[in-house]
Design a protein around this ligand. Sequence first.
Ligand code: X8Z
Ligand code: ZN
Length: 616
Amino acid sequence: MKRIFLPVFTAAALLTACAPTAQVPVATTPPPAEQPAVAAAPNWTALAETYLDYYSGEYQRLYTASAEAEWRSNTHIVAGDTTNAGATARANERMAAFTGSSENITRLRQLLEHKSELTELQVKQLEAALYNAANSPQTIADVVKARIKAETQQTEKLYGFDYKYQGKSVTTNDLDELLRKEKNPVRRQQLWEASKEIGPTLKGGLLNLRDLRNQTVQALGYPDYFTYQASDYGLNRQEMMTLVRQLNQELRPLYRELHTYARYELAKQYGVKQVPDYLPASWLPNRWGQDWSSMVDVKGLNLDPVLAKKGAEWQVQQAERFYQSLSFPALPASFYEKSSLYPLSKGADYKKNNHASAWHMNLEQDVRSLMSVEPNTEWYETTHHELGHIYYYLSYTNPEVPVLLRGGANRAYHEAMGSLMGLAARQKPFLAGLGLIDPKVKTDEMQSLLKEALGSVVFIPFASGVMSEWENSFYADNLPADQLNARWWELAKQYQGIVPPSTRGEQFLDPATKTHINDDPAQYYDYALSYIILFQLHDHIAKQILHQDPHATNYYGNKEVGTFLADIMRPGASKDWRTVLKEKTGEDLSARAMVEYFQPLMAYLKEKNKGRKYTM
Ligand code: X8Z
Ligand code: ZN
């Protein structure tokens, strides 16, 4: 779950006495020019300022209360105990009652009618507030309240689930580790099926949420929830789908090679003579086939044994040191005091959200991360990813950025920063500089690039294809309840070339096993776009700042790189995302850098795949 300036909130707060109700004229129109003016025209800039001061103060107060309640709900899940869920629902209802109040909506619309007389920053804030309102319109308060309740319940079910493998309770960390390591295909299938057991328990809740989410945003004129989420980028749903389909197409030739390579290599590994046309999902080292990088072990670059010795805490501190070396500040002491960074102890009588997230608790300095860090390569990267969110929060928390614009240039930028640092922290010169690997060790560069492609390139058809298409069908096309799983597997075959290892009828709900489908809905394309952006940023950093080969960089200690990244982060959402990219890289959004980065692999894979059957 992402937790970034994400106003999925509610609330029933009454407008307090400080509300500047009387100061915003409700229907004052300036007199026509030919008539003598009877009163001075209202100063819309001043009125907007007063209103925004008031709105932002209330918003921040309610947001903080909601974040605190959500934090408790996500870090302390006790089966059958609804205390936290109740408190969270109440805090979110108070938030919704404010952000979606008819009074606020009227004011926001009225002020926005005078756009030309307002500053650009004011318009952006008012639009952000109206966007928030659409998620909680109090004209349909009952629907919003029901949605909040359903969301809280779904989160509890999702993170309270007791996964079992061979009769024993296991964590998702355990399942992931086993899926990376297990060689026996029969046990692999059991593991994979165990990881999907949660699906059916989430089906009723998800269908209910679909209707409630759609109804909520329809009240303010959005046709569906998917369109609502895409509008955050200034795109409608067709435009968003066209964009992500095009990006997928650009990476498809390389994916096709990787898919062919993986089918043959894995068949060999599992002792299967007849190479299947499509990859059985249980063959892949990830529950959804979104990251196959652990298929390849690059001699001399395997970090797992080094990290195991260093420990989980070291990983978090090391990620912080990396950011600091670029001139980002030390994390506030409260980050370490208040975050929940490591797995719960075995005997704990409660559970916590098992998916990594970063939280901006009060839109000021209280930043936290919720993770279950273990000392391994996956968590090494995830830690860099989450600290990217944290440093983004800290960077745009400055007097120039109003509370309402403390978000990413768009959501994809927020995802890109930490993933970029994760990529940089895996490159050989960086690792050698840090003493994590022997600088003299010979490594196979093609294998290293292959490993990276099995992480990044493989991710694109999942994120831009399967996830985005499924949620588009689900929310915007009202996918029938008896076709949910069939559609998922149809997309997995089309985009990823993956099939289930056994029949997956509608009694299962495999998409719901992905946490984002439940609690971060209709925005998974953020991640696909973030990869595209991060390769553009990396390409620029390597070539223009470091003058190094993009495949072999060392960002460590480079203040110019730090300035480049901080300049993107500091304005938050107060700057247009397209302008940011153009100004910083000279390019529009484009898969060029990502395609170019992996280009050397094409010839290698084509050679490897010679004589092999292509099925995509
Ligand atoms: O959910 C995440 C982050 C938290 S924002 C760990 N990611 C996506 C996922 O796990 O599916 C990072 C990349 C993809
Ligand atoms: Zn993230």
